[in-house]
Design a protein around this ligand. Structure first.
Ligand code: ATP
Ligand code: MG
Length: 647
C-alpha cells in the first residue's frame, strides 16, 4: 500500500498519467502490495489545466503483464476527464449551495431590517410633512404624537414644552390629561439632564410622579412603561416628547432611535413655529406702523394743501420737493415745472427780494446752517404787480439740516391798505394843521387878554379850548411825523449827545405832570457812570424817550415804579424803560408797534391816546440804525429797550 501511495503521490505531483507495464521490471517503484499485481495505470482527475488542480485519481491494476493497451489508456484518460468534470461540478454546486444558503439567511435578516427601516423612514417622512404643512404648533404636535404612537405601538403620548415664564412647570400637549399631569417630573428630569430615558416600569421609577409630587406611587391606571426624549434645537432643550405603554418594558432601543429622530424634527418645527410667530408679530407691527405713517402722511398732505399760505419745501441739495396748491397760485408757477428743480432757476420770475431768499437756500445747502431757534429770513417778492411775503426757515432733524421751508403769503392787499393809510394820514394831518394852528393861536391870544378882559366863565371855556387844541396839535404832529418818516421825508441831524442830560429833561417834564395830576409813581434813574456819548438826533431821541416814559406812566397804577437805565452794551448804548404796570398780554405783544393799535385793557381805554407813540418810536430808533424790543408780563410790568450808536 505504501508503494501504491507513492505511485499516487507521483501522479498528483506531476499531473501526468502513469502506466507501469510490468512491476517486476520496474525496480524504482518497489514492490506493490499485491504481489500478483503486474501492471498498473494511474490517471489523474484534473479539474483544470494545471497540475495543481488534481482532485482525484483513477487507479487500475491487473495481474497480467502489460494489461493496458494504448487505446485503454486513452479511454481511461477520457473517462478520468469526464469524472473530474462531474466531481468538479458537484463540488461547485455544493459550494454554491452553501453560499446560497448563507445568502438566503443574510437576506432574510436584511429584509426584516429593511422593512423596519422603511416603516421608520415612513413615519419620519409623515411627521416631516405634517410638520411642514402647518405652523399651528398645537395641531402639528398632536398629529406628530399620534403618528409616533402608531409607529412604536405606544398607548399614550404627550409633548411637554419648556415654559420660559414659569421655567418649572412644562406646558403639556396631548390627549391624555392623566399622562400630561403625571409626566411633569420625568419631563423635568429629561430637560435638566439633556438626555433621553426609557422607563421599563413607571411604578418603580422615582421620576414618574403620581399623586404627591416626586412620590413614586403604584396607581398608574393603564400605563406601565415610558420613553422620554428631549426636544433639542440649537443646543437648547425646548421640551420633552414622551410615549407611554400599558405593558411594562414595552420600549426597545430601536423605538428610542426612531423617537429621537422624530424629536429632532419636532424640535426644529417648534423652533420654526416660534420663529414664525416672532416674524409674524414683527410683520404685523411693521404693517401697523406703515399704515399709521401712511395715514399721518396723507393727513399732513391734506392739511398742507388746505392751508391758505403757500408752502414750499426744499431739500438739502436746494431742490424743491414739495409745493402746495396755495404756493402754486401765489407764485403763479405750475407744480410740475417746479418740483425737483433748484430755486435759482425761478429767480427771474420772482422779482425783487427773491435773490436774497434764493441765496439763503443755496448758502444753507452748501455750508453750515446757523442752528438756532428762530433762524429765519423774511423777504418781499414782487410777482407781476403783486407783493408776496416769504418767510424762510431751515428745518432740522435733531442736529441734522434736512432742508428748508418757505411760506408765501400774498400781502398785496395789506400793502395797498397800508399805502392808503399813509396817504390818508399825510393828507389829513396837513389839512388839519393850518386850522388847528389858527384855533390854538387865537385861543392863546384871547387868554392873554388880547380881546379885552375876560369873565371867569370865558377864561374857563378858553382854557378847555386851549388844552384840547394842544392835544390835537400833538396828535397832528405825531401824524405828520409818521407820514414823513414813512415816506422817507425825515432827515436826522446826529450829534454827540450826553444821554443823561436827555433823560434828566424828560424826567423833569414827567415830574411836572405827576405833580399836576397827583399820581403816586416812583421814578428811578440808573445811568452807568462811564456812559459814552451817543451819536444821535437829540430832538428825536427826546421824542423816543418821552413816548416810552409817557406809556410807562400811563399804564402803571398808582404806587408803581418806573426805572430808566442806560448802559454800554456791545459797542452801543442800551436804554431801557421799565415799569411795574399793567403789562401786555402775549396776543397783543406783536401788535403794539403797529399804528393806531391800542390794547383792549380798561386802563388803556381810559387813557387818552391814538396808538401812534410806539410806531413813531420804532421808526425813529431804526432811523438811528438801532433796534427796539419789549418784554412784558400782564400785571407784572413791561420793559422797553432800544440801542443807540456810540459817538
Ligand atoms: P399814544 O399814541 O398817545 O402814545 P398809546 O400810548 O395808546 O397812544 P402807543 O404808545 O403806541 O399808543 O402804545 C400802543 C399800546 O401799547 C398802548 O395802547 C398800550 O396798550 C400798549 N402799551 C404801550 N406801552 C405800554 C406799557 N408800558 N405798559 C402796558 N402797555 C403798554
Ligand atoms: Mg403812548
Amino acid at each position: 500500500l505504501q508503494a501504491e501511495d507513492r505511485l499516487q503521490d507521483r501522479v498528483i505531483a506531476s499531473g501526468e498519467t502513469l502506466l507501469i507495464t510490468d512491476t517486476q521490471q520496474d525496480g524504482q517503484n518497489g514492490r506493490l502490495s499485491h504481489a500478483d499485481v503486474r501492471s498498473v495505470l494511474v490517471v489523474p482527475l484534473r479539474a483544470g489545466e494545471s497540475e495543481a488542480s488534481v482532485i482525484g485519481l483513477l487507479y487500475l491494476h491487473s495481474t497480467l503483464e502489460d494489461a493496458f493497451s494504448p487505446d485503454l489508456v486513452r479511454y481511461s484518460e477520457a473517462l478520468a476527464a469526464q469524472v473530474a468534470l462531474t466531481v468538479g461540478y458537484a463540488r461547485r454546486y455544493q459550494e454554491l449551495e452553501h453560499v446560497a444558503e448563507a445568502r438566503m439567511r443574510e437576506l432574510g435578516q436584511a429584509n426584516r431590517a429593511l422593512t423596519w427601516e422603511r416603516s421608520r423612514l415612513e413615519t419620519l417622512l409623515r411627521i416631516a410633512s405634517e410638520l411642514s404643512i402647518s405652523l399651528d404648533l398645537d395641531l402639528v404636535l398632536n398629529r406628530t404624537l399620534s403618528l409616533l404612537k402608531a409607529a412604536v405601538g405606544a398607548h399614550e403620548g404627550a409633548i411637554f414644552l419648556v415654559n420660559p415664564v414659569t421655567s418649572g412647570e412644562h406646558w403639556a400637549v396631548g390627549s391624555d390629561p392623566w399622562a400630561m399631569n403625571h409626566g411633569q417630573a420625568l419631563a423635568q428630569w429629561v430637560t435638566e439632564q439633556h438626555q433621553a430615558a426609557i422607563v421599563p416600569d413607571l411604578s418603580r421609577d422615582p421620576r414618574w410622579q403620581s399623586g404627591e409630587r416626586g412620590q413614586p406611587v403604584q396607581e398608574s391606571p393603564q400605563l406601565r412603561s415610558g420613553l422620554a426624549v428631549p426636544l433639542v434645537a440649537t443646543g437648547d432643550v425646548l421640551g420633552v416628547l414622551m410615549l407611554l405603554h400599558s405593558q411594562p418594558d414595552a420600549f426597545s432601543d430601536e423605538d428610542l432611535r426612531l423617537v429621537k429622530a422624530a424629536a429632532n424634527q419636532v424640535a426644529v418645527a417648534i423652533n420654526n413655529a416660534e420663529l414664525y410667530r416672532l416674524i409674524r408679530d414683527q410683520a404685523e407691527r411693521l404693517g401697523r406702523m406703515l399704515r399709521e405713517q401712511h395715514v399721518e402722511a396723507t393727513k399732513n398732505r391734506a392739511i398742507l394743501e388746505g392751508v391758505a399760505d403757500g408752502v414750499m419745501v426744499v431739500d438739502v441739495e436746494g431742490r424743491i420737493t414739495l409745493l402746495n396748491a396755495a404756493a402754486e397760485r401765489i407764485l403763479g408757477l405750475g407744480r410740475r415745472e417746479m418740483l425737483c428743480r433748484s430755486t435759482d432757476e425761478f429767480l427771474g420770475l420772482l422779482g425783487g427780494g427773491a435773490r436774497s431768499w434764493a441765496e439763503a437756500i443755496t448758502r444753507w445747502a452748501h455750508g453750515p446752517v446757523p442752528h438756532q431757534e428762530g433762524t429765519f429770513l423774511a423777504e418781499r417778492l414782487d410777482i407781476e404787480g403783486r407783493t408776496v411775503s416769504v418767510h424762510l426757515a431751515p428745518v432740522f432733524l435733531g442736529d441734522e439740516f434736512i432742508g428748508s421751508v418757505s411760506v408765501f403769503r400774498d400781502i398785496s392787499k395789506e400793502v395797498e391798505v397800508d399805502r392808503l393809510k399813509s396817504d390818508f394820514v399825510s393828507t389829513a394831518s396837513h389839512e388839519l394843521r393850518t386850522p388847528m394852528t389858527a384855533i390854538k393861536g387865537y385861543a392863546d391870544l384871547l387868554l392873554l387878554g388880547a380881546g379885552g378882559p375876560l369873565t371867569e366863565q370865558q377864561r374857563k371855556f378858553l382854557t378847555i379850548i386851549q388844552s384840547n387844541a394842544d392835544r390835537l396839535m400833538l396828535l397832528i404832529y405825531d401824524l405828520l411825523d409818521l407820514s414823513r418818516i414813512e415816506t422817507g421825508r425825515i432827515g436826522l441831524n446826529p450829534k454827540p449827545v450826553h444821554l443823561d442830560e436827555v433823560i434828566r429833561r424828560v424826567i423833569a417834564i414827567l415830574n411836572g405832570r405827576k405833580a399836576q395830576e397827583g399820581k403816586d409813581i416812583r421814578i428811578e434813574v440808573e445811568v452807568a457812570p462811564d456812559l459814552p456819548l451817543v451819536l444821535v438826533d437829540e430832538t428825536r431821541v427826546t421824542q423816543i424817550l418821552t413816548n416810552l416814559v409817557d406809556n410807562a406812566y400811563n399804564y402803571t397804577l398808582p404806587g408803581g415804579q418806573i426805572t430808566i437805565r442806560a448802559r454800554p452794551l456791545e459797542g452801543a448804548v442800551e436804554v431801557s424803560v421799565a415799569d411795574t404796570g399793567i403789562g401786555i398780554s402775549r396776543e397783543e405783544l406783536p401788535h403794539i408797534f403797529e399804528r393806531f393799535y391800542r390794547a383792549d385793557h380798561p386802563v388803556v381805554q381810559r387813557t387818552p391816546g391814538t396808538g401812534l407813540g410806539l410806531a413813531i418810536v420804532k421808526h425813529l430808533v431804526e432811523l438811528h440804525n438801532g433796534h427796539v424790543w419789549v418784554e412784558s408780563e400782564p400785571d407784572k410790568g413791561s420793559t422797553f429797550r432800544f440801542l443807540l450808536p456810540i459817538a
